[in-house]
Design a protein around this ligand. Structure first.
Ligand SMILES: Cc1cc2nc3c(=O)[nH]c(=O)nc-3n(C[C@H](O)[C@H](O)[C@H](O)COP(=O)(O)O)c2cc1C
Length: 219
């Protein structure tokens, strides 16, 4: 598959080729000022809902935040955490790295933390009525019943030419998020994913070579 790198699409267009989508699904943190139509938001959530879950319990609700005032509140909460805590210094220092991809990632992260409201919509997948493979929302197993849906959302977004970035920033603004969006106590945010038309290109991603991560039969 590594030969694919030369022919993989690079740019802002969508694709119906599943290989192209998987191999060029970059983290996108810059957005065009263009709203995402609700039918497309609904389509990516529906694609998410096609994912497997323990005993097919589908223990999820996706909160889609496309209202500007709502996005501002969430963006302000995240920016306050960013400005007031150690994250800002870590990201600023990290941008002095010799590694260009690390520098670019942290520049993007800086934009994500300080300008989240610029994303035309934010998706918060929540675990809800979780029972399988565990009722414990804090466990690793709980993640297995929602993160496949999350990746489906992100891949279908990529197919439609919409950029996303998976983040766990919801933990930093748990209270503000619950209050702003009326998330009930028995629902558990599992991610915070901005989505929109990208102001950056999709393209090949940098990952460990498969030879390094595969073991046949024995570790
Ligand atoms: C569990 C998880 C948490 C993440 N949290 C953040 C985050 O808080 N802020 C951010 O900007 N990116 C976050 N990311 C995005 C990663 O930095 C990104 O997926 C990774 O660097 C690969 O980027 P690439 O696909 O463009 O190569 C997170 C990704 C994952 C899977």
């Amino acid at each position: 598959m590594s030969d694919l790198r030369n022919v993989l699409p690079h740019g802002k267009e969508g694709t119906n080729n599943v290989w192209d989508a998987m191999y060029t699904q970059r983290a996108i943190r810059y957005w065009q000022e263009k709203p995402v139509p609700r039918d497309l938001l609904k389509t990516v959530i529906e694609a998410g809902s096609k994912a497997p879950s323990g005993s097919n319990t589908q223990p999820w609700v996706f909160v889609v935040i496309d209202d500007e005032a709502q996005r501002e509140k969430i963006g302000d909460a995240l920016n306050a955490v960013y400005e007031g805590g150690p994250l800002k210094n870590m990201i600023t220092e990290g941008q002095k790295s010799d590694d260009k991809s690390q520098r670019l990632m942290l520049k993007g992260a800086q934009s994500f933390f300080s300008k989240l409201a610029k994303a035309p919509a934010i998706i918060v997948p929540c675990l809800y009525k979780l029972s399988s493979p565990t009722p414990d929302p804090g466990s690793l197993e709980a993640g297995s019943s929602i993160y496949m849906a999350v990746q489906n959302v992100m891949l279908s977004a990529r197919a439609l030419g919409l950029g996303t970035v998976m983040t766990t920033a919801h933990v930093l603004i748990n209270e503000a998020l619950r209050e702003t969006c009326d998330i009930p106590d028995d629902a558990y945010p599992a991610a915070l994913i901005p989505i929109g038309y990208p102001d950056a290109n999709f393209g090949p991603t940098t990952r460990k070579p498969v030879e390094e991560i595969i073991k046949y039969n024995f570790w």
